[in-house]
Design a protein around this ligand. Structure first.
Ligand code: 7RM
Length: 635
């Protein structure tokens, strides 16, 4: 039996038990047998959550790019590593083999060196979803520089904050980017940001849209001529297991973004292992994750996890709606995608706008469907299952976070029986705990509480860049000796987990704890409704009452809104009980979303509570314009 590839439920239980009883032996075996090391570790794990300090594979020496690229060259040199699908469907897709990837990463790494980048330096990567984005991250890893990828949809202000926080000395960007019918002037955004960043010495610019851009003398350079002159041989820098690999910023509920620091060996081992199992990846499969590499999902499951397994990973430059809402399915058909990984918000949009477009395409290559980023509601789960998976492809609802580096609670497809809206069972090596408000662990099944993790796993973030104290306060102070996720969860009668949402989304109405997700699920069952978000607002008698923001499908616009409101509350009464009925219902054209598609309930909560003067920064939203229209129509 290979513990690396789980194929049956009994095997999962057996391996899981081993991973909990003898974690060090377990991870040592996985690390030993499936990766290449320049030197093995002296100690598998050293940890103390009270500091907090966690070290995996201490003393080991390696380079992650040797694991993601070099070691595949003898057996898979000609296999496609990265399959690039451009924004414009008429532009040819690009197949980058492992040999070619090797050459391009080495050249890029040599260019970085020439620019004076050294081991431990921070490099900001602000590049759209083109191959150079993945290549740039790997080039940094090749020479031991710490990459900080900033999603190329963030504003200049957000970019400057992130560049300054980690003192980046070099920025990689492009002249611009394509997004559906639009082009975006990325270089202009970088120029604006750099007016406030003294740490940046040079900027490398990838040519993508052939726009006429300004190059600042002595600072900015086109990348291509430098690559043309660079050697294709760059020795991999030998890194310590615990050397930082990258920083990735995640916004907290308050304050400045947190630069989560991920280190080398543990991150590599865990992302590779979860990728293999959660997608049941087999050698000739084509895998596609629709996320952007600017998010952790892209880092772990477009770049590192797939490449460490020698997989073919699709990178898509465009958007789901261009040239039509059938684009995702067109790509699945064209590249015969076997594993498809996306977010519930995309699933809902695709079901709303282009349900009939699905039929046009041959989706028979699909074997596994993934979901990530927020709780997947019941209606979206069924639509995905019925229309995309044709009831044959299991849905893996993968719960995890930027901070966890890799998937934490997820079914293993064809192994773990799935259940709609449930992330099901902890992944191998993950020890979840549900806690009550008094800090007691809720043992047994059929309990609901705050989701914590009791024991270290290899890919956990080690600190917040420049602020270890904040790391400790945010994640290790709510409960003794535990990592607190900020999420709530319940464990059902067989031990399956359902993530109920951020704990700050729990609303107590007349003394009853109500999770927003089940109420939203009930509402979303209504055929006229596209999306909903529930928040609490202060109420004299109930303490808190419920305010619902609801967007309608096109068909719903023609309905009488008062009747709709009655039907919504009837649905809630039927599904949950009268206690969960909404006091106020506002129909709106959209809901404010983060760039990664999460509904910004914080803003909706403030509007519902009439706290309009302190809405916080809305400029990083995907759709800042909806905020004003929601305010104008508030109840
Ligand atoms: C991977 C990612 C993390 C937060 C997390 C949850 C929510 C993510 C799921 C989910 C329910 C899921 N990282 N979340 N996945 N909630 N079911 N399958 O999204 O740092 O951007 O967000 O996202 O609240 O704490 S993240």
């Amino acid at each position: 039996m290979s513990n690396y590839h789980i194929k049956h439920l009994e095997e999962y239980f057996k391996v899981y038990r081993k991973s909990v009883r003898e974690p060090e032996n377990f991870w040592e075996e996985i690390a030993e047998e499936h990766f290449v090391w320049r030197k093995k570790w002296d100690k598998v794990l050293d940890w103390d959550f009270s500091k907090p300090a966690v070290k995996w594979f201490e003393g080991a020496k390696l380079n992650i790019t040797e694991n993601c690229i070099d070691r595949h060259l003898t057996t898979k040199g000609d296999k496609t590593a990265i399959l690039f699908e451009p924004n414009d469907p008429n532009e040819k897709a690009e197949h980058i083999s492992y040999n070619q990837l090797h050459e391009r990463v080495n050249k890029f790494a040599n260019v970085l060196k020439e620019q004076g980048v050294k081991k431990g330096d921070r490099v900001c990567i602000y590049v759209p979803m083109i191959p150079e984005l993945a290549i740039a991250t790997l080039a940094c890893a090749r020479i031991g520089a710490i990459h900080s990828v900033v999603f190329a949809g963030f504003s200049s202000k957000a970019l400057a904050t992130r560049i300054n926080d980690s003192d980046c000395k070099l920025v990689i960007t492009s002249d611009g980017s394509y997004r559906g019918k639009k082009t975006i002037d990325l270089k202009g955004i970088v120029d604006e940001a750099l007016e406030n960043c003294d740490c940046v010495e040079s900027v490398l610019v990838v040519k993508r849209i052939n726009s006429d851009i300004y190059l600042k003398e002595g600072r900015d350079k086109w990348l291509q001529p430098l690559l043309d002159n660079a050697s294709a041989v760059c020795k991999a820098e030998i890194m310590d297991a615990e050397d930082p690999l990258f920083i990735l910023y995640t916004s907290g509920s308050t304050g400045t973004p947190k630069g989560m620091v991920h280190t080398t060996a543990g991150y590599m081992v865990y992302t590779a292992y979860t990728f293999k199992n959660a997608f049941q990846y087999r050698d000739d499969d084509v895998y596609w994750c629709t996320a952007d590499i600017g998010w952790i999902t892209g880092h772990s499951y477009i770049v590192y996890g797939p490449l460490a397994n020698g997989a073919t990973t699709v990178m898509f430059e465009g958007v789901p709606s261009y040239p039509s809402f059938g684009r995702f399915w067109e790509i699945v058909e064209k590249h015969k995608v076997n594993q498809f990984y996306t977010a519930p918000t995309a699933i809902r949009a695709l079901s709303k706008h282009g349900g009939e477009l699905v039929e046009k395409y041959d989706l028979s290559s699909l074997k596994v469907l993934g979901s990530v980023g927020e709780p997947i509601n019941e209606e979206a789960w069924h639509w995905y299952n019925d229309n995309i998976g044709k009831k044959k492809s299991p849905i893996v609802d993968t719960w995890w976070q930027t901070e966890t580096g890799g998937m934490m609670i997820t079914p293993i497809p064809y192994v773990t029986p799935t259940k709609p809206t449930y992330a099901t069972l902890p992944f191998i090596g993950v020890q979840p705990a549900l806690m009550d408000e008094n800090g007691n662990e809720l043992k047994g099944n059929q309990v609901e509480g705050r989701l914590c993790i009791k024991y270290p796993w290899p890919s956990m973030a080690r600190t917040i860049w420049g602020n270890h104290q904040r790391y400790k306060e945010t994640y290790f102070s709510a409960f003794d000796n535990m990592y607190f996720t900020g999420d709530g969860a319940l464990r059902d009668e067989v031990g399956y987990y359902r993530i109920t949402g951020r704990v700050d989304d729990v609303i107590i109405v007349s003394g009853h704890n109500l999770g927003t997700a089940p109420i939203e699920d009930a509402i979303n069952e209504h055929p006229a409704i596209a999306e909903s978000a529930i928040v609490g607002f202060p109420h004299d008698i109930k303490g808190s009452a419920l305010y619902g923001y609801i967007t309608l499908k096109d068909a719903g616009e023609y309905r009488n809104h008062d009747n709709l409101k009655k039907e919504i509350n009837q649905l809630i009464t039927d599904r949950i009980g009268p206690i969960a009925k909404l006091d106020k219902i506002q129909f709106s054209d959209g809901l404010p979303k983060t760039r990664s598609g999460k509904i910004m309930r914080r803003i909706l909560r403030k509007i519902a509570s009439n706290e309009l003067d302190n809405l916080g920064d809305t400029s990083t939203l995907l759709n800042p314009e909806v905020v004003q229209s929601i305010i104008d129509k508030r109840l």
